[in-house]
Every structure is written in structure tokens, then in C-alpha cells.
Design a protein around this ligand. Sequence first.
Ligand code: SF4
Length: 64
Amino acid sequence: MKVSVNREACRDTALCTGLAPEVFELNEQGRLVVLVETPSPDQLDDVLQAVHSCPLQALSVTDD
Ligand code: SF4
């Protein structure tokens, strides 16, 4: 599974970084970065919760 962010849609609210801090982080410019594009199985639940919680629907997951 691969996770990606639609930069056009993301408004850097940081909601996802709170739900899955191992995978999402705001950089020094306050922009969201995906730290781990292919999350491990134990990160999956947090990532999916973040994907579904993004208020801008900016996150998506796809099969590798
Ligand atoms: S929750 Fe959505 S809008 Fe907020 S930083 Fe994450 S991807 Fe961007």
C-alpha cells in the first residue's frame, strides 16, 4: 500500500500528523510531508484513520 498527498487540496491542517506521526509531518515551512510512502502493517490503522479524517480529502492510498 502506498500513501500520497494531493498538494493542491492539502491545507496543512496537521490533523493527519497527530493521528499518524510516524508517517506524516509538517516540515520547517509548515507544509505536510509524507515520511513513509509505504507504511508498515502496524502503521496501517493509523494511516487509514488519517486518510479518512482529512477534512480536505487530500490523502489517498493505492495498491503498490
Ligand atoms: S489532514 Fe489533510 S489537509 Fe490536514 S495536513 Fe493532513 S493531508 Fe493536509
